[in-house]
Each structure stands twice: as structure tokens, then as C-alpha cells.
Write a protein that binds this ligand. Structure first.
Ligand code: MEV
Length: 315
């Protein structure tokens, strides 16, 4: 039997814009999808025991099957000749927006590699998971699978000419508390990514300045995190990033509600995270006390919240 894991993530800056070559900042979180793979039975069967948003597993079934097929092709494993039993679990809940698909692709790729006794470096696992991500996101940037593979806090820029992407580890003074609030709405990343690309093409006059602004925010945020460790500024930039995401029409009333709730409770900044259209928001809540206060308000209203940190060195 082969085993593998992949990290969940929160994008702090630049989702959607990264697909088009704007840099983004992503933090892996200390929760994983775990996979076990056995050559057994007939065909490919998946036992998905992950917990999370209602309806997520069913809604993603077809994309999941396509992603596994893509993975096996990339790994040059002949689909005709093999039978695989795949089990998925772990402590990363299946909420939209926190990289559950990328984390599962990384976990499965690692587990298959172990089962087939292939010794693959992380770089190759990341490439395989990127191919799998196409089933979930259409034209992914690669930011999610990169965080799922390597962990940590990462500066990411997609190379639009097909060369290697920029992947740089960011070091910050100390880990910082965040919360991730789930709207409970299951979203389709593929549809969201395609929608932005279509509107961008149709309306460059509106979209080009927004993309320029997203680029400026990413660079400022990197400086505020790494050089200045100015968390108030980071929070303000996250708020500005949310406004840009609203303008490119990927937020929704449930996300705006949670973003506003976090800000009202004193979060330094809050924005949607991931593909939007439902899914999750992330709020910067330095210190355990603020983190608990912001989380508790949402939990009282029945929303599911994750309490975690960015910049944990070991992930
Ligand atoms: C999804 O977590 C992030 C998006 O930017 C898609 C991608 O970059 O692949 C929406």
C-alpha cells in the first residue's frame, strides 16, 4: 500500500489574478488530505471519507475521476492494465477555497508513487498535481498544488510562456493567527476561473487596471509581511484585495457577509480566499484572543471556522 499527504492552503493575495501572471501569496495550513492507494479490485474506486461542506464530495465526483485519470496518464501508468483502490481522509475539511482538491491530488500522487515504487521528487509531484488540477480549475495557475506540495508561506508567479513558475519561500518574523470562515456554499472553481477570463477579454478597459492594481498589492504585501512585518498594513491590503475580487465579480453575498463580520469583530483585514462564488474567506487575526473573538461570532451563527496560522515554518 502507498500513502501520501498534501496540505490545505489559504491564498492571502492574488487569487484569479495569478491565473493571468500576476504574483500571489499563499500560505499552506497545518491540515492535510491523506491518501492510501492499493493495487486491488477492478478499475479505479475511490472511498472518500473526508468531512466538510454538505454535497461537496458528490458535486466534485466527476472532476475527481477526471483528475485521477489525468494523474495516471502523466505518471505514465497504463489505465487499461491497472486496478486501484484509493482511500481519502485526513483533517482538512472539504470546504471550497482551501485547496481541498489540490491537497487530494498531491496526496494521491504521492500514494501512487509509493505503491508503484517510483521515487519522485516534490517537483515532479507538483507537476503531476498541476495536471490533475486542470480537472477542477480548467486553467489553473498552479498556486494551489504548489502550496499543497511544499507547504509554508509562498510567493508564486505563473510563467505564462510555459517555463518554470516563480516559487519563493517567504520568511516572516513569527507565525500569525488567521481564521478561515466557510460560507457553506460549494463552488465550482472551473466556472469561476473561466468567468473572469471571459469578462477580462470582453472588457479590458475595466479589467486591465484592476490587474495592475492586484500586482501592486502583491508586491506591497510581500514587503509588509517580510521586511516590515506590519500586520495592520497587511490587513489593509487584504481588504483592498477583496474589493478587487468584488470588482471582477467573484465574491457573493455570503462571502461579503463573513468578510464584514470579521472586520466588525476587529480583524486586521479580511477577504475571500480561493475561487470565490461561495467557499471560504480568510481574516488576519493576530493573537489568540482576537482569533477566538472573530471565530466565535461566526460560529454562533452556525458557520464552520478554522483557526490556524500563516508562516509556520514546519509546513
Ligand atoms: C483557486 O484556489 C485559486 C484560483 O486563482 C485558481 C488558480 O489559481 O488556479 C481561483
Amino acid at each position: 500500500m502507498g500513502r501520501g499527504s498534501g496540505f490545505g492552503k489559504a491564498i492571502l493575495f492574488g487569487e484569479h489574478f495569478v491565473v493571468h501572471g500576476v504574483p500571489g501569496i499563499v500560505s499552506a495550513i497545518d491540515l492535510t488530505v491523506d491518501a492510501e492507494v492499493k493495487r486491488n479490485g477492478k478499475g479505479i474506486s475511490v472511498r472518500d471519507e473526508r468531512k466538510g461542506s454538505k454535497g461537496y464530495t458528490e458535486r466534485k465526483k466527476t472532476q475527481q475521476q477526471e483528475s485521477i485519470k489525468r494523474m495516471l496518464e502523466t505518471m505514465e501508468i497504463n489505465l487499461e492494465k491497472i486496478s486501484l483502490e484509493i482511500w481519502l481522509g485526513g483533517n482538512l475539511p472539504v470546504f471550497s477555497g482551501i485547496g481541498a482538491s489540490a491537497a487530494s491530488s498531491v496526496a494521491i500522487a504521492r500514494a501512487i508513487a509509493e505503491e508503484f515504487e517510483m521515487s519522485l521528487p516534490d517537483e515532479r509531484i507538483n507537476e503531476i498535481a498541476y495536471e490533475a488540477e486542470k480537472a477542477y480549475a480548467g486553467t489553473p495557475s498552479g498556486i494551489d498544488n504548489t502550496a499543497a506540495t511544499y507547504g509554508g508561506l509562498i510567493w508564486f508567479r505563473k510563467n505564462l510562456s510555459g517555463g518554470p513558475n516563480t516559487i519563493e519561500r517567504l520568511n516572516i518574523k513569527e507565525p500569525v493567527e488567521i481564521i478561515i470562515g466557510n460560507t457553506g456554499v460549494v463552488a465550482d472553481t472551473k466556472k469561476m476561473v473561466a468567468g473572469v477570463a471571459e469578462r477580462k477579454k470582453k472588457n479590458p478597459k475595466k479589467y486591465d487596471p484592476l490587474f495592475k492594481e492586484a500586482e501592486r498589492l502583491a508586491f506591497e504585501a510581500r514587503k509588509a509581511l517580510e521586511e516590515q512585518f506590519d500586520l495592520r498594513k497587511v490587513g489593509k491590503l487584504m481588504n483592498e484585495n477583496h474589493r478587487l475580487l468584488q470588482e471582477v465579480e467573484v465574491s457573493c453575498k455570503e462571502l461579503d457577509y463573513l468578510v464584514n463580520s470579521a472586520r466588525e469583530q476587529g480583524a486586521f483585514g479580511a477577504k475571500l480566499t480561493g475561487g470565490g462564488g461561495g467557499g471560504c474567506m480568510v481574516a488576519l487575526t493576530p493573537g489568540k484572543e482576537l482569533q477566538d473573538a472573530v471565530a466565535a461570532t461566526m460560529e454562533k451563527e452556525g458557520f464552520k471556522v478554522l483557526r490556524t496560522k500563516i508562516g509556520i515554518q514546519k509546513i
